[in-house]
Each structure stands twice: as structure tokens, then as C-alpha cells.
Design a protein around this ligand. Structure first.
Ligand code: FAS
Ligand code: PHB
Length: 389
């Protein structure tokens, strides 16, 4: 088999890239380790930057997003018993859109299947060959049979645990990592959101986040010890703890209900450099991970896809290699700014178990600075809605 671009990974990065290449007449094949239902069963991001919305429009896959997405002009920040609001639209002219990653991925799968895309599920033993040479190819197995796809380029959209990053020789790779000493316990419940906008709370007992998917589907998170397991947390224990971490007006009106999904995510900051090696290009979680506090995971995957699809269009449609040659440098420039914001917001809003009294004073001063200074809120708003591509 031969194609122009092999995309390893059928998550949001791989699907969005494939669809954008398709609308520009460039053929790709997607290799996905799991089934479509498994991919759609993962509950992850909830907040989209305008840049990702624009890409979905350019890909011709934005109808449901525009009809059902919930446009938010700001967010509430709570610390101890105080609350204040950061107004995104006043500072930046842009909102963010609340629309679950699951729905965005579903829309992309529907579009790819409608276009007759080559998506191969349940692949095993994917291997990348001659990525730094002139005849790149990818081999894989399905149902016990071995296959090879010759291609011009390979997009590694296979997430943090994929094969792509590991294909780049260790002596070429520089990896940067910070693992946070706490995790997020997340619950999805068919209950009305406690507030029309998100609430990020830094309480004496730890971080909490109130988010949503729609008017009757809420998404809540609380910081938990990295040693916790989901089985340690009954629904009652979760709701009790969440209420303790919210200011009274929210705790008193919170509607609780049975969890329809409950999971614990570890928090890390991670970047690998470079994001390309010969004809192999890394996109999204394959190249970088952020703590979800700033809602930058999916959105930074989107800016990678923007740079890579533009570079491939330049190559195939304008016979220019400039985009390909500068992809890693351009993508990493924005990745590091997203890493910084995610690290800053995570450090600001969580109670680190190793925090000293001085650290706590610094955190309270930073929160007071954000509460009191319009310029500081403008900087936070610019980062939250998404820096320019
Ligand atoms: P993904 O990991 O989504 O997709 C990679 C795909 O590649 C998967 O479908 C996988 O099955 C496939 N794959 C892996 N290895 C393969 C191989 N060898 N061959 C073929 N296929 C292979 N971001 C936020 O903004 N907010 C959040 O609240 C949030 N919560 C998260 C919770 C968890 C537990 C995790 C892990 C991430 C979370 N994220 C969040 C980040 C998340 O949304 C990612 O940024 C987003 O899924 C990135 O998309 P992809 O780069 O496509 O990677
Ligand atoms: C979510 O709704 O899942 C969500 C929202 C904002 C974040 C992280 C997760 O910062």
C-alpha cells in the first residue's frame, strides 16, 4: 500500500490532521491501536480555544460544535472564601467554547468515515522505518497479518505512550519533565452545572474545578493524592469533599447525583525536542503533556496540527519545504508558552503536599495580585483563550 501521509493514532490530533489534509486533496491513512468506541469512551478535555474552533470550521466539521458548543466569556476563581471573575472577552475579544473532546472526536470520525477515509483499527506492533531516509514506511499487524505502507511522511499522533516519539533516537531527543505530587479525580454526572461558567477553586483542602458538557451534564474534579485509586472514592465521599472545597454559595446549591464516569489522572508537564526527525513529525500528546488545569492539552495538539497541515500543504501544493523545515521550531515555540501557563495556573491553584508556609504566602499573594490587578487578569485571559498560532 502507498499513501502520502501515514498518521499513527486516531485521537483528536490524528483525525483533525487527516481531515484537514483531505479537504486540501492530500491522502492519508490512519492507524489506530484501539476501536473507535474505545477512543470515544475516553472522557478528557472540555474547553476549546477559538483557534481549534477555527480549524474545525476549516475542516468542514463545525456544524454541531457551533450549534451545541457553549461559549464562555469568563471564569470564576475562588480561593478560600473569596471569589472573583476573569473576563476573557473584555480582555481579549475572544470567548472559549465548552464542548467535550469526546464530541469533537465523534464529529471528526463521522466526517472521516463519510469521506471514505482509510482508518485501520486494532493495529498492533506498529513500526516506523527509514523516517530519516528517503523511503519512509510503516509496518503493522492486524488479525495476525503483517502489512507495510510506503509513504512520503509520517505523523506521530499516537499520544504519550505511542511508538512515534520512541522512534526518534535517544541521542537526538531532549526530554523535559515535571511530575506533580497530586492527581485529579474526575466525575461526570447527569446533573445541572453548579454555575453557568467554570469555577477554579484553591481551598484549604485542595484544588477543585466545576465544569460541564451541557445543561444536564456536569464535569467536576478534585485534587487527590497520587496514591489514591478510584475505588477509594464513593460518590458520596466525592460530593462531600467537592462541597468542602467550594465557597458556600456554590456548595449550598450544588446538585449531586450518581457518577456516570469516574477516573483519576496523574499530572505532569512534559516536552520532547525536536518534534520532527526526517520525515516523522510528532503532534499533540506524542510530543508534549500539560497538567489539565489550563485546558491546554487538546488545544496545543490543535496548534501542532495547524502547523503540520500547513507545512504539508506547502509541500504538496506550493512545492515549498519551508513549513516542513521549520515545523518543530514553530510548534515548540507555542508549546513552551502553553507549558508555562499550565505550570503557572497549576502551581497557583493546587495545595502541594510539600508546600512550606512561605510557599503558601507566595500563592496567596499571587492570587491576590490576580484578583486585584486588571493587567494580570488580562495576561491570564490571553493565555486561557489561547495565544495566536
Ligand atoms: P490521544 O492520546 O488522545 O490519542 C492518541 C491515539 O493514538 C489514541 O487513540 C491511542 O489509542 C492511539 N495510539 C497509541 N499508540 C498507538 C500505536 N502504537 N499505534 C496506533 N495507535 C496508537 N486535556 C485538556 O485540555 N483538559 C482535560 O481535562 C484533559 N484531561 C485528560 C485526562 C487524561 C486521563 C489524559 C490522558 C489526557 C487529558 N487531557 C486533557 C489531554 C488530552 O485531552 C490530550 O491533550 C488529547 O487527547 C491529545 O490528543 P492526541 O494528541 O490525539 O492524543
Ligand atoms: C473539563 O471540562 O474537562 C475541563 C475544563 C477545564 C480544565 C480542565 C478540564 O482546565
Amino acid at each position: 500500500m502507498k499513501t502520502q501521509v501515514v498518521i499513527i493514532g486516531g485521537g483528536p490530533s490524528g483525525l483533525l490532521l487527516s481531515q484537514l489534509l483531505h479537504v486540501n486533496g492530500i491522502h492519508s491513512v490512519i492507524l489506530e491501536r484501539k476501536t473507535k468506541d474505545y477512543v470515544l469512551g475516553r472522557i478528557r478535555a472540555g474547553v476549546l480555544e477559538q483557534g481549534l474552533v477555527d480549524l474545525m470550521q476549516r475542516a468542514g466539521v463545525s456544524d454541531r460544535l457551533m450549534a451545541e458548543g457553549d461559549f464562555h466569556d469568563g471564569t470564576v476563581i475562588a480561593f478560600e472564601d473569596q471569589t472573583f471573575r476573569v473576563d476573557f472577552t473584555r480582555h481579549t475579544g475572544k470567548p472559549v467554547v465548552v464542548y467535550g473532546q469526546t464530541e469533537l472526536t465523534r464529529d471528526l470520525y463521522d466526517a472521516r468515515e463519510k469521506a471514505g477515509a482509510d482508518i485501520i483499527y486494532n493495529v498492533e506492533n506498529v513500526e516506523i522505518h527509514d523516517a530519516d531516509g528517503d523511503t519512509p514506511s510503516v509496518t503493522y499487524q492486524t488479525k495476525g497479518n503483517s502489512h507495510r505502507i510506503a509513504c512520503d511522511f509520517i505523523a506521530g499522533c499516537d499520544g504519550f505512550h505511542g511508538v512515534s516519539r520512541r522512534t526518534i533516537p535517544q541521542n537526538v531527543r531532549n526530554e523535559f519533565e515535571k511530575v506533580y505530587p497530586f492527581g485529579w479525580l474526575g466525575v461526570l454526572s447527569q446533573t445541572p452545572p453548579v454555575h453557568p461558567e467554570l469555577i477554579y477553586s484553591n481551598s484549604r483542602r485542595g484544588f477543585a474545578l466545576c465544569s460541564m458538557r451541557n445543561a444536564n451534564l456536569s464535569r467536576y474534579y478534585i485534587q487527590c493524592p497520587i496514591t489514591d485509586a478510584v475505588g477509594d472514592w464513593s460518590d458520596t465521599a466525592f460530593w462531600t469533599e467537592l462541597k468542602r472545597r467550594l465557597p458556600a454559595p456554590f456548595a449550598d446549591t450544588l446538585v449531586t447525583g450518581p457518577s456516570i464516569e469516574k477516573s483519576i489522572a496523574s499530572l505532569r508537564s512534559f516536552v520532547t525536542e525536536p518534534m520532527s526527525w526526517g520525515r516523522l513529525f510528532l503532534c499533540g500528546d506524542a510530543a508534549h503533556i500539560v497538567p489539565p488545569t489550563g485546558a491546554k492539552g487538546l488545544n496545543t495538539a490543535a496548534s501542532d496540527v495547524h502547523y503540520l497541515y500547513s507545512a504539508l500543504c506547502d509541500h504538496y501544493l506550493n512545492n515549498s519545504s519551508h513549513g516542513i523545515d521549520t515545523y518543530s521550531e514553530k510548534a515548540l515555540s507555542r508549546v513552551w508558552k502553553a507549558e508555562r501557563f499550565s505550570w503557572w495556573f497549576s502551581t497557583l491553584m493546587h495545595r502541594d503536599p510539600n508546600q512550606t508556609p512561605f510557599d503558601l504566602k507566595m500563592q496567596q499573594a499571587e492570587l491576590a495580585f490576580l484578583r486585584d490587578d486588571d493587567m494580570v487578569q488580562a495576561v491570564m485571559a490571553q493565555n486561557y483563550v489561547g495565544l495566536p498560532y
